[in-house]
Design a protein around this ligand. Sequence first.
Ligand SMILES: C[S@@+](CC[C@H](N)C(=O)[O-])C[C@H]1O[C@@H](n2cnc3c(N)ncnc32)[C@H](O)[C@@H]1O
Length: 273
Amino acid sequence: MAHDHAHAHSHHGDGDLAEMLDLDAEVLHDYYREVIGWAGSLVPDRPRIVDLGAGTGTGTLALARQLPNAELTAVDMDEDMLERLRHRAAEAGLAERIRTVRADLDGDWPGLGPADLVWASASMHHLADPARTLTQVYATLRPGGAFMITELDGFPRFLTDPAGAALEERCHAELARFRQEAGLHMGEDWGARLKAAGFALEGERRFDIELRPPLPPNAVRYAQVTLQRTRQRLADRLTGDELTALDAAVAGAPDRNDLTIRATRDVWIGRRP
Ligand SMILES: C[S@@+](CC[C@H](N)C(=O)[O-])C[C@H]1O[C@@H](n2cnc3c(N)ncnc32)[C@H](O)[C@@H]1O
């Protein structure tokens, strides 16, 4: 059962991440619909698609639904994520068109191409060497193939009351520092990097997403999971008072009627000439 699986997964250290990724796609569905439609417009009729850092497969599954003739390869280094992805694909009747490949994309790549579309959603910032990765993507695409990168500037913001907004601001500053220290490539100019790697830059767009209250239950849960993950990450970096306030925000999320979601997503499309 899907629920049992999700529950079992939550014992794993990154269980919250898996739930957060699933909820992200559900809650930001208008954005996803638009961006997946855009991806679908880039490819021929029987496309071969590679999803880099596929996670729980939100992109893989959405692309498979959008493009009924597509064959997809989902790549991730995390076997738990891939297992969840396979489970979801089977549930959706899409397993036959989706294969999973476990690989560390910072190492040597397995044979993934030739692909018509390489899709990387919130995964490029994890990879150690952007220039090397772009060279590998280029080699994975057939001539004329497209690379679609989507990135985020951080977690969404949920709290609008003055004290909550100030707390969230402080958390975001610490999270940004945390990510920088961890060597994550957030805030990269992927357009410039694509061009430097020999791609033609075909599209570039920022999505400013806002969901106003009252939020549906899955969006409230998304806020709660995200704030909880923030709390875990910043346990050593916030003051006792700040942690207490954050705990209260996590615990109190289901009872609030003022939660908002504000998020930004950036999308770039590079075309291999
Ligand atoms: C933030 S998640 C994004 C997941 C998915 N693309 C989405 O949009 O929901 C990043 C994913 O990249 C994977 N990842 C990070 N570094 C990786 C690496 N070196 N090789 C392969 N996968 C990696 C993680 O395991 C994780 O599943």
